[in-house]
Design a protein around this ligand. Structure first.
Ligand code: ZXY
Ligand code: CA
Length: 513
C-alpha cells in the first residue's frame, strides 16, 4: 500500500503546483513590471519583506529583440532571442543577486516564462538584441539557444497566412503564429528539453515559480511535458521536494473553445473574468451593483478558488486594450482602483497579485490609447531608469508603485492577518453599500453609493477600539486614521460619506488599539 502511494505520487498524481511557496502568513504577489533587478533587490529588503509581501513577478529575464519602431515598446520583452539572462532589467549576475537577497528576506521571485514563441517573423536578422546575440528570424535561426527551422511550427499551421486567423479553431490557436511571433514546435523533445533547461537554470538560482506566458497558445500536454522535466526548488531556501509554483496565462473570458480548466493539471490559471467583472461592478456599469458581490468567486462562473491567480489589472489590460477592455480599473482611476484592490485583498478567493506600474503619456484617439505601446521610463540610450524613492515613500521617475499606496499596502497586510479565516458576516443595503468579515480577524465595509452611509453592522470581531487601515494605520499604539469601536456583541457603527477620500474602512485584529 505504502509503495503504491509512493508510485502514484511519483507518477505525478498531485503534480500540479498550486502553492506559491511563500513563507507562512505572506499571501500576495506583486508584479514589479519592467523593474531592474537591482531595484527589486532593494525593494525586497527595504519594503516588501517589512510589509509582508509574499513574492514578486518579474518581467521576462531572457534576451529579447530590441525594437526601435516604435521605440522600445514594453512588449519587446515578449519577443525572445535567446535564454541568456540579459535584458533591460539587468544581467545574470544582477538577477542572481536579486533572487538571493529577496529569498534571504523571505520574498519569492516568480519568472515570466515566454516559451510559446521567439521574436516576430519580420524581426529581421543581425545582433539587435539585448545581449547582442545573432539571430535570423527569416531563416528561423537562433544560434544562441540554439533553435533552427526544425524547431518551429511552420509546417504544422494550416492557415493561409501562417497566423492565428480564428480563435474558434483550437489547432490554429496552438500551432499558428500569435501576432506573427515564430511559434515553437513544443511537441519536439528537443524544444521541451531546451525550455526545461532554461527554467531549471532559474530554479537552481532560487526562483519559486513561473508565470507561463501565452499558455492558451500551447497544448496543455506540451506544457506538462516541459514541467515534468523541472527540478525541485533550491533547498537553500525551500524544503526538500518542493515543486515550482505554476500559473498559466490563459485569457478565457468565455466565448472561445479554449477553457482555462484544460490547464488545471499543470498549475493555476489567470482568471481574467475577475478584474473585468470587478471593474464593471465598481464602475456600476450594465446595472451592476456591489450587493451582487455576495457570491463573488465560483458563484460568478470563475474557476475554483484553488486554481485561480487573480488581479484587478495586469500589464496588458491596464492599457485599455486586451482582455477586459474598458471596464478594467487601473491606477489612472485611483479612487475606484483602491476600492477594487481592497475588495480583492479582503476576499478569500484565489492567489492575489497586485500590479505595480510605470506611468506613460496616455493619449486617446477614437477611444484607443495611441501610446499603449510605450515602454518603461528610460534614458536616451534606452536603458531603464532606476526606481527612486521620495521622502514621502512614493516612487519617482514615473514609477507608480501602487504597492506602496497606503490603502493597498495595508490591505496586503490585512490579507495576511485574516489568512485561512472564512468569508463571514456579509451585509449589504441592496445597492452599493456592502461589508464582510473574515472570521473573527478582520472586517471591511464599502460605500460606493451616491449617498452617505451610517449603519450598525455585525463585524464578528472581539470588542475593542480598532484603527482603520485605509485612512491610516496603527503606529506606536496610536491610530493615524479613523477609529472604529466594536462592542461586546461584535456590532459597530460605520459612517462613510459618499464624497469620502476613500469610501471604505477596514479593520483587523493586528490594528486593535
Ligand atoms: N501587442 C500589440 C502589438 C504587438 C504586441 C498587438 O496589437 N498584438 C495583437 C493582439 C494581442 O495579442 C497578443 C497576445 O499575447 C501575446 C502577444 C500578443 C503574448 C506575447 C507576446 C505578444 O501580441 O506580442 O508573449 C494575446 C493572446 C491571447 C489573447 C489576447 C492577446 O486572448 O490569447 C500586444 C501584446 C500583448 O498587444 C501581450 C503581450 C504579452 C503578454 C500579454 C499580452 O503577456 O498578455
Ligand atoms: Ca503555439
Amino acid at each position: 500500500m505504502r509503495i503504491l502511494l509512493l508510485v502514484l505520487a511519483a507518477a505525478g498524481l498531485c503534480w500540479g503546483q498550486y502553492n506559491p511557496n511563500t513563507v507562512p502568513k505572506r499571501t500576495s504577489i506583486v508584479h514589479l513590471f519592467e523593474w531592474r533587478w537591482q531595484d527589486i533587490a532593494e525593494e525586497c529588503e527595504r519594503y516588501l519583506a517589512p510589509n509582508g509581501f509574499g513574492g514578486v513577478q518579474v518581467s521576462p529575464p531572457n534576451e529579447n529583440l530590441v525594437i526601435t519602431s516604435p521605440n522600445r515598446p514594453w512588449w519587446e520583452r515578449y519577443q525572445p532571442i535567446s535564454y541568456k539572462i540579459c535584458s533591460r532589467s539587468g544581467n545574470e549576475e544582477q538577477f542572481k543577486d536579486m533572487v538571493k537577497r529577496c529569498n534571504d528576506v523571505g520574498v519569492r521571485i516568480y519568472v515570466d516564462a515566454v516559451v510559446n514563441h521567439m521574436c516576430g517573423a519580420a524581426g529581421g536578422s543581425g545582433t539587435h538584441s539585448t545581449c547582442g546575440s545573432y539571430f535570423n528570424a527569416g531563416n528561423r535561426d537562433f544560434p544562441a539557444v540554439p533553435y533552427s527551422g526544425w524547431d518551429f511550427n511552420d509546417g504544422k499551421c494550416h492557415t493561409g497566412s501562417g497566423e492565428i486567423e480564428s480563435y474558434n479553431d483550437i489547432y490554429q490557436v496552438r500551432d499558428c503564429r500569435l501576432s506573427s511571433l515564430l511559434d515553437l514546435a513544443l511537441e519536439k523533445d528537443y524544444v521541451r528539453s531546451t525550455i526545461a533547461e532554461y527554467m531549471n537554470r532559474l530554479i537552481d538560482m532560487g526562483v519559486a515559480g513561473f508565470r507561463i506566458d501565452a499558455a492558451k497558445h500551447m497544448w496543455p500536454g506540451d506544457i506538462r511535458a516541459f514541467l515534468d522535466k523541472l527540478h525541485n526548488l533550491n533547498t537553500q531556501w525551500f524544503s526538500e521536494g518542493t515543486k515550482p509554483f505554476i500559473y498559466q496565462e490563459v485569457i478565457d473570458l468565455g466565448g472561445e473553445p479554449i477553457k482555462g480548466s484544460e490547464y488545471f493539471g499543470n498549475g493555476r490559471v489567470t482568471e481574467f473574468k475577475y478584474g473585468a467583472k470587478l471593474g464593471t461592478v465598481i464602475r456600476k456599469w450594465n446595472g451592476e451593483k456591489m450587493a451582487y458581490l455576495k457570491n463573488w468567486g465560483e458563484g460568478w462562473g470563475f474557476v475554483p478558488s484553488d486554481r485561480a491567480l487573480v488581479f484587478v489589472d495586469n500589464h496588458d489590460n491596464q492599457r485599455g486594450h486586451g482582455a477586459g477592455g474598458a471596464s478594467i480599473l487601473t491606477f489612472w482611476d485611483a479612487r475606484l482602483y483602491k476600492m477594487a484592490v481592497g475588495f480583492m485583498l479582503a476576499h478569500p478567493y484565489g492567489v492575489t497579485r497586485v500590479m505595480s506600474s510605470f506611468r506613460w503619456p496616455r493619449y486617446f484617439e477614437n477611444g484607443k490609447d495611441v501610446n499603449d505601446w510605450v515602454g518603461p521610463p528610460s534614458n536616451s540610450d534606452g536603458s531603464t531608469k532606476s526606481v527612486t524613492i521620495n521622502p514621502d515613500t512614493t516612487c519617482g521617475n514615473d514609477w507608480v508603485c501602487e504597492h506602496r499606496w497606503r490603502q493597498i499596502r495595508n490591505m496586503v497586510i490585512f490579507r495576511n492577518v485574516v489568512d485561512g479565516e472564512p468569508f463571514s458576516n456579509w451585509w449589504d443595503n441592496g445597492s452599493n453599500q456592502v461589508a464582510f468579515g473574515r472570521g473573527n480577524k478582520g472586517f471591511i465595509i464599502f460605500n460606493n453609493d451616491d449617498w452617505n452611509m451610517n449603519v450598525y453592522v455585525q463585524t464578528g470581531l472581539p470588542a475593542g477600539t480598532y484603527c482603520d487601515v485605509i485612512s491610516g494605520q496603527k503606529e506606536n499604539n496610536r491610530c493615524t486614521g479613523k477609529q472604529v469601536f466594536v462592542s461586546g456583541d461584535g456590532m459597530a457603527n460605520f459612517q462613510i460619506n459618499t464624497d469620502a477620500e476613500d469610501p471604505f474602512i477596514a479593520i483587523h485584529v493586528d490594528a486593535k488599539l
